[in-house]
Design a protein around this ligand. Structure first.
Ligand code: HEM
Length: 444
């Protein structure tokens, strides 16, 4: 068996990442230089093996273990063990509950009207503010996504936009601090982070209190009632609290940035924007908002969202720990090795994505997709630890985009540089500011 290639083992991982201009660029450089399987010094875990080939990734797709050290920064948010890294025997029943709550299409449909109302409220606010100058998309869309998941899975807790905004800001404070603490050894503002975490816990307590006060609900609302489902499955109160917090975290900024990157790419590609808007007009007719059944007719919009998440995957990386020796082509990866998933670099692998940097939604027509390896496109991750919220996220994103594209034309505010930064999710550093013009086809 061949030795896995890579840079010198004593290279300083953190320095190499900075020199390359960030982890993603480092990944692209490593894979261009050494091939699809690379051993490299990953800050926090010593050596890791990165795999950028979708066919080789198949050999890792059943692993149900994440490396503890890489996800340590999330541990302070959890009281019952880090949900990112709990062992398979605890994870399997927990995942079953999460999927029953998050992936049920009847539940998506049952909540669609409320999602629509929340998105329309945001569009109304934007319409009022549009004349005053550019709108910061990412911030508002993260807040909207948070309100949607809270309505969907938690029943209540974040009815007001102000609370939602405070929660989004608190998560940002906590993640920035804990990530810096783990990867740079800095404790910039411990007190602020502790206060933000205490605030988040108080919001979770409020959600649980409201849930107790409401009692048992019926019908579709119950099927998506996360707290009731976890409790019925015998999960401990601490695990339930942790799951509520992690659900709020996992669902809001990911979906928020997926929508804002989509609007960004459409603004940069006016022909695609026109085509997407024309499709929305055709499917909605003179209605201002879609119905659930309309989503499957918005096929171009779906391709646009998928292409956006290829170029700007909201979760750009993942990782597993090999639980046994694994064969990756000509290499053997010993048990215990950290396997790094460079989702973003996989999405730019030129072997499967010709002219990979080009925005081209046509890559996702059924014809173009046929024959492409299943793991060439993995914005929601891989296997038993993949995202439980993937189908819900697509419903939310496409609904919100349909409403927004029906109502507004989006133009990037001049003079801004949009810089993607990797801070757990792939975020635009200074947000994305757009000028909005009402479209004539939209009803007031
Ligand atoms: C566009 C939106 C979203 C994207 C791109 C996204 C992406 C991801 C990715 C890449 C992972 C890691 C997967 C892996 O390690 O293989 C993940 C995990 C997860 N996501 Fe999402 N996500 C999104 C929205 C959501 C939503 C709406 C929820 C709802 C609660 C959610 C809940 C979760 C959970 C609970 C996990 C942990 C999975 C586990 O450890 O079993 N995500 N997501």
């Amino acid at each position: 068996m061949a030795e896995i290639p890579g840079p010198p083992a004593d290279q300083d991982g953190a320095e190499a990442v900075v020199a390359a201009g960030g982890l993603h660029n480092y990944q692209l450089k490593l894979h261009a230089e050494y091939g699809p399987v690379v051993r490299f010094p990953l800050p926090g875990v010593d050596q890791a093996v990165s795999v950028a080939d979708p066919v080789l990734l198949e050999a890792t797709a059943k692993i149900n273990k994440r490396p503890d050290k890489l996800f340590e920064f999330l541990a302070p948010l959890q009281e019952s063990g880090n949900l990112q890294t709990i062992p398979a025997e605890e994870h399997i029943p927990w995942r079953r509950v999460m999927l029953s709550v998050l992936a049920g299409r009847p539940s998506h449909e049952a909540h669609f009207a409320r999602f629509t109302a929340l998105a329309s409220e945001l569009a109304d606010r934007w319409a009022e503010r549009a004349a005053d100058g550019p709108i910061a998309l990412q911030h508002d869309l993260a807040e909207l996504s948070l309100r949607m998941i809270c309505h969907y899975a938690l029943g209540s807790g974040l009815e007001s936009e102000e609370t939602a905004g405070r929660v989004v800001a608190a998560f940002e404070t906590v993640l920035t601090e804990y990530l810096e603490r783990q990867y740079q050894g800095d404790e910039k503002d411990r007190r602020r982070a502790d206060e933000a975490l205490a605030y988040l816990r108080s919001v979770v307590d409020g959600v649980l209190e409201a849930h107790r006060a409401r009692g048992v609900t019926d019908g579709e609302a119950e099927r998506s009632d996360l707290v009731a489902a976890l409790s019925a499955a015998g999960q401990s109160p601490a695990r339930i609290r942790d799951t509520v917090l992690m659900t709020m975290l996992a669902a809001h900024h990911t979906t928020g940035v997926a929508i804002s990157w989509t609007l960004y790419l459409l603004a940069k590609h006016p022909e695609a924007a026109e085509r997407a808007a024309a499709e929305v007009d055709r499917v909605l007719g003179d209605r201002a908002v879609p119905e659930y059944a309309d989503l499957k007719r918005l096929t171009y919009l779906d391709m646009v969202v998928r292409e956006t998440m290829r170029l700007y995957p909201p979760g750009p990386y993942g990782a597993r720990e090999a639980t046994e020796d694994i064969t990756l082509g000509e290499y053997t990866v010993p048990a215990g090795t950290t396997i790094f998933y460079p989702f973003w670099a996989v999405h730019l692998n030129p072997e499967y994505w010709p002219d990979p940097e080009k925005f081209d939604p046509e890559r996702f027509t059924p014809e173009a997709s046929a024959g492409r390896p299943r793991l060439a496109y993995i914005p929601f991750g891989i296997g038993p630890r993949s995202c439980e919220g993937s189908t819900l996220a697509m419903v939310e994103a496409e609904l919100v985009l349909a409403i927004l594209l029906k109502r507004f034309r989006f133009e990037l505010a001049p003079g801004q540089t949009v810089t993607p930064i990797e801070r757990f999710v792939l975020w635009a550093k200074e947000d994305i500011r757009m000028n909005l013009t009402p479209r004539e086809t939209a009803r007031a």
